[in-house]
Write a protein that binds this ligand. Structure first.
Ligand SMILES: CCCCCCCCC/C=C/C=C/C(=O)SCCNC(=O)CCNC(=O)[C@H](O)C(C)(C)COP(=O)(O)OP(=O)(O)OC[C@H]1O[C@@H](n2cnc3c(N)ncnc32)[C@H](O)[C@@H]1OP(=O)(O)O
Ligand SMILES: NC(=O)C1=CN([C@@H]2O[C@H](COP(=O)(O)OP(=O)(O)OC[C@H]3O[C@@H](n4cnc5c(N)ncnc54)[C@H](OP(=O)(O)O)[C@@H]3O)[C@@H](O)[C@H]2O)C=CC1
Length: 333
């Protein structure tokens, strides 16, 4: 019996060796299992997850709240009872978003123009906020700038622009509000939206990777320092979620979208509503013991990119029979 199996394995191994060049196990080819179909196991839910009224009597500031993920977070917080302030450069877009969300939820959304790169503008934005709503209970640092670019093509101003928006902008908003909240002895939840490559680094988005890593260091440090003032600091690292702002600057032709989805174990992109639910939970009193947390929310993309052998997902069951036979057939080292 053993001899028969070994003989068969030997023949299979010979087949593999003789056609190695042609077959090459097609690790990157179309012969492997296609990814994407598993998305049906992981349907996104769109409804607000927390009980209605979870943010009654809460004020929330969301930077970059006029578009994309910031807009979705604003819509969810507003639906759950928060009075929201959205702040960014383009007042017309902010006002349109504010009106649309207010009319749907019945809760006031205020639009405040602010370029987070300018500390004076940030200070004036907080003045305006104090007059409109008082200091916030929830701060979401979501505003960002990014584009793909080989690093050797980056000008000093390109570097400065991204790092100013992402790292300095987050620091200016956080420090201005933190100081005023401390003075008023008011607690708050601070949340920063970073990326999975803040941890790993990534070529072609180096200013963004560097600045987001800085944001993570800032938030982890303040979680330790400002707990005594009633402040919590947490971080969400989203994986790919389609927004015009991100995809138009990171994959302008759409050429990389399929490969991106193929490497995500849950077989799909995330949705704005999903991250909005997570941001709402982290910012809510249900998460009052959560501080200093870094939450990766990426459908499994990070671990999928990290594991050296994960490409073996492309090996078919028939190919596994051959591989296993070859491995079992090996004698000695
Ligand atoms: C493989 C792809 C898969 C699909 C996607 C998967 C995504 C998963 C991970 C995603 C992470 C996402 C992270 C994000 O942060 S997305 C958020 C994106 N949103 C935005 O960027 C919105 C705001 N952006 C902007 O306003 C602009 O794009 C801006 C350039 C960031 C800022 O605008 P502004 O202040 O008006 O700056 P400019 O004056 O236009 O430019 C300043 C300097 O930067 C140079 N520059 C601008 N664009 C480029 C470019 N594309 N390449 C190189 N250099 C650029 C510009 O030339 C200026 O420099 P100077 O000429 O030396 O003065
Ligand atoms: N979508 C994705 O796949 C991922 C997104 N992220 C992160 O999620 C967050 C939201 O991104 P997303 O919604 O996709 O993209 P958007 O481009 O829609 O959002 C970015 C927002 O930042 C605002 N903004 C940019 N520059 C400034 C500035 N100088 N001052 C104030 N506001 C500014 C923009 O408004 P305005 O132009 O009016 O200033 C815009 O509303 C970002 O932090 C991004 O890094 C992270 C990983 C993946």
């Amino acid at each position: 019996m053993a001899a028969r199996v070994l003989g068969r394995a030997g023949r299979l191994a010979a087949v593999v060796r003789s056609s190695a060049v042609r077959l090459q196990l097609r690790l990157h080819g179309s012969a492997g299992l296609r990814f994407g179909s598993q998305a049906s196991f992981f349907p996104p839910l769109g409804d607000a997850m927390l009980p209605s009224g979870s943010f009654n009597n809460h004020v929330a500031l969301i930077t970059g709240g006029g578009t994309g993920l910031g807009r979705a977070m604003t819509a969810t917080l507003s639906q759950l009872g928060a009075q929201c302030i959205i702040a960014s450069r383009k007042l017309d877009i902010l006002q349109r978003t504010a009106e649309e969300i207010s009319s749907q939820t019945g809760n006031k959304v205020h639009a405040v123009q602010c370029d987070v790169r300018d500390p004076q503008a940030v200070s004036q934005c907080v003045d305006q906020m104090e007059a409109l709503t008082g200091l916030p209970d929830v701060i979401i640092n979501n505003a960002a700038g990014n584009f793909v670019c080989p690093s050797e093509r980056l000008s000093p101003n390109a570097w400065k622009t991204i790092t100013d928006i992402v790292l300095n902008g987050t620091a200016f908003v956080t420090l201005e509000l933190g100081k005023r909240l401390i003075q008023n002895q008011k607690g708050a939840s601070f949340l920063a939206i970073t990326t999975i490559y803040a941890e790993s680094g990534s070529g072609f988005v180096v200013p963004s990777a560097s600045a987001k890593a800085g944001v993570e260091a800032l938030y982890k440090s303040l979680a330790a320092e400002w707990g005594r003032y009633g402040h919590r600091f947490n971080i969400i690292q989203p994986g790919p979620i389609r927004t015009k702002g991100a995809f138009s600057r990171l994959d302008p032709t759409g050429a990389f979208e399929k490969a991106t989805i193929d490497r995500i174990p849950t077989g799909r992109l995330g949705t704005p509503a999903e991250i909005a639910n997570l941001a709402a939970y982290v910012s809510s009193n249900y998460a009052s013991w959560m501080s200093g947390a870094v939450i990766r929310f990426d459908g499994g993309e990070y671990v999928s990119l990290a594991g050296e052998f994960n490409e073996l997902r492309s090996v078919t069951p028939d190919q596994w029979k051959i591989l296993e036979a070859m491995i079992r057939n090996t004698k000695g080292s």
